[in-house]
Design a protein around this ligand. Structure first.
Ligand SMILES: Cc1cc2nc3c(=O)[nH]c(=O)nc-3n(C[C@H](O)[C@H](O)[C@H](O)COP(=O)(O)O)c2cc1C
Length: 172
């Protein structure tokens, strides 16, 4: 599947089959995250691949009891290192959240292209995730995603029209 097709067909998957993800497929997906661009090529990220059932159950609690997360055979926890990232993007912001999100998006689109489902998770309590995963003080949790074979065909979600998003030459 090419990248445009993956962008068009990706959906948030909230039902998963228990089937395991073959190691070589997982490697390919993680490698897509590795290839992501980052400000100053700092690569200020770390991805924790969770497969342990008990840890996944705890993560559900840290993610506002979103039970479907533990249905997936894998949960990826995307973390960033603010001190390693570009500190003044646009003159005002640290790039670590952008960097990690771009890498996660690479991972998610690669997963889509290989037939796997995912779902961005930002509804989580960072302190709880930190404790469960043992995240060091210099790292922050940015987002999570379950990863596994879909057990549903999610409904199509609507999007704003292009005309609403785009203006030319000036902000209108
Ligand atoms: C930053 C971000 C955080 C999200 N957090 C959650 C979440 O915690 N739980 C959830 O079920 N979906 C979450 N979503 C999924 C969105 O609800 C979903 O992407 C949106 O409704 C569009 O649907 P689609 O992904 O199927 O196109 C999140 C999406 C993004 C981009």
């Amino acid at each position: 599947m090419d990248v445009l097709e993956a962008i068009k067909t990706r959906r948030s998957v909230r039902r998963y089959k228990p089937d395991p993800v073959p190691e070589e497929i997982l490697k390919e997906i993680l490698s897509a995250a590795r290839m992501a661009p980052s400000a100053d090529n700092a690569q200020p990220w770390k991805f924790v691949v969770v497969t342990d059932e008990e840890i996944k159950r705890k993560l559900v609690q840290a993610c506002n009891s979103q039970k479907f997360i533990a249905e997936a055979p894998i949960v990826i926890v995307g973390c960033g290192f603010p001190d390693d990232a570009y500190a003044t993007a646009g003159g005002y912001m640290n790039s670590f959240v952008m960097d990690v999100m771009i890498a996660m998006d690479h991972l998610i689109l690669a997963a889509t292209s290989l037939g796997l489902g995912s779902c961005w998770i930002a509804a989580f309590k960072e302190e709880k995730v930190r404790e469960i995963i043992g995240i060091p003080s210099d790292a922050r949790v940015v987002a999570l995603t379950p990863l596994g074979y879909p057990n549903e065909v999610p409904n199509k979600t609507s999007r704003k029209s292009l005309a609403e998003l785009i203006s030319y030459d000036k902000f209108e």
